[in-house]
Design a binder for this molecule. Structure first.
Ligand code: CIR
Length: 267
C-alpha cells in the first residue's frame, strides 16, 4: 500500500554563514548575511513550533550556498535517501557532510557518483508515488535516470518535467496538499498519470514555493496574494519572511531536508 502524506518527523538544516554574501544568484543583489541568518533561524523556529524538530548540521564558510541543504539530497522514505551531485560545480563541496550525516542515520543511502550526471534536490517534487523532476540548468537526464534507479524499488515513478524558466522545478511549483499543487502562471501543468491531481495558479514568482507541513502551509511573506488566496480557501497558512534568502534564489523548501515518519511521505 502507498505511504500516506504527513508532516515531517524532523528537518535537517545548515546555518547561513558570512560567506552567504557570495551565494550564487541569478540577478545582481546585495545580500546581508546577518539578516539571512536571522531569517533562517526564524524559519527553524516555525518548523519547531509546528512539531518539526530541526537538527543542525555544521556550517561551512567555504560553501556560501550550504544553507540550501535541500539541493544535496532527495529523501525517499523515513530511512532511504539519494544523495545528489548538484548541477552547479561550486556547490558540490556541500555534499560530503550531508552524505555522511544521512549514512550515519538511515539504513539505505545511494550516493550519485556518475561524473556525467547532475541533479539538485530543488528539482524534485514528490506528488504521492510520483517524483516530478525538473529538467533544468541544474538537473540533466543522467541525474534523473540515477534517481529513478534508486526510487523504483520503493515503488516511486519518476517523471521528467522540462523547465523553461526559473532555477528549479520547485521554484515554480510545489505542493499544497497530496492531491493539489500550486504553480506559477505561464508554466504548463504536469499531468500525473492515473490521478486527479489539480493545480492552482499563482502569478507571484516568490509565492510558488510553498512548504506544506501536513495541513499547515508555509508561504513566503513576500507573496501576499498567494497567502490571501490560500486563506480564502480555508487553508491553514503561516507567512514566513525569507526575503533575504530570495535574493539568492532560495525559498522555503530549500532551507531544509525533511524526513517523514515511518510509513509516510512528506513535502
Ligand atoms: C543556487 O543558485 O544554487 C542557490 N543560490 C539557490 C538554491 C535554491 N535551492 C532551492 O530552491 N532548492
Amino acid at each position: 500500500m502507498s505511504a500516506s502524506f504527513a508532516a515531517p518527523a524532523k528537518a535537517l538544516m545548515r546555518p547561513v554563514g558570512e560567506s552567504f554574501a557570495r551565494a550564487l544568484r541569478m540577478h545582481p543583489a546585495r545580500i546581508d548575511p546577518l539578516k539571512a541568518s536571522a531569517q533562517s533561524q526564524a524559519y527553524a523556529r516555525v518548523l519547531a513550533a509546528h512539531g518539526v524538530p530541526v537538527e543542525w548540521l555544521p556550517g561551512d564558510e567555504a560553501c556560501p550556498d550550504a544553507c540550501f541543504i535541500e539541493d544535496t539530497a532527495v529523501i525517499l522514505s523515513h530511512d532511504t535517501a539519494f544523495v545528489t551531485r548538484p548541477g552547479a560545480p561550486a556547490r558540490r563541496a556541500e555534499v560530503p557532510p550531508v552524505a555522511r550525516h544521512l549514512q550515519a542515520g538511515l539504513s539505505a543511502v545511494t550516493v550519485l557518483a556518475d561524473p556525467g550526471a547532475h541533479i539538485d534536490g530543488g528539482d524534485v517534487l514528490r506528488c504521492g508515488d510520483t517524483l516530478l523532476v525538473g529538467l533544468s540548468e541544474r538537473t540533466n537526464q543522467r541525474g534523473i535516470a540515477a534517481l529513478a534507479a534508486a526510487a523504483g524499488p520503493l515503488g516511486l515513478q519518476v517523471q521528467a518535467v522540462p523547465l523553461q524558466q526559473g532555477l528549479h522545478l520547485k521554484s515554480v511549483m510545489t505542493l499544497i496538499s497530496p492531491g493539489r499543487g500550486l504553480i506559477l502562471k505561464g508554466h504548463s501543468h504536469p499531468e500525473l498519470p492515473g490521478s486527479d491531481f489539480r493545480w492552482l495558479e499563482t502569478d507571484e514568482p516568490l509565492g510558488a514555493n510553498l512548504l506544506a507541513l501536513g495541513d499547515t502551509i508555509l508561504v513566503s511573506a513576500s507573496a501576499p496574494h498567494t497567502l490571501r488566496r490560500l486563506q480564502i480557501e480555508g487553508l491553514r497558512t503561516v507567512a514566513v519572511d525569507v526575503s533575504e534568502l530570495h535574493k539568492a534564489d532560495g525559498a522555503l523548501t530549500c532551507l531544509s531536508l525533511r524526513l517523514p515518519p515511518a510509513g509516510h511521505w512528506c513535502a
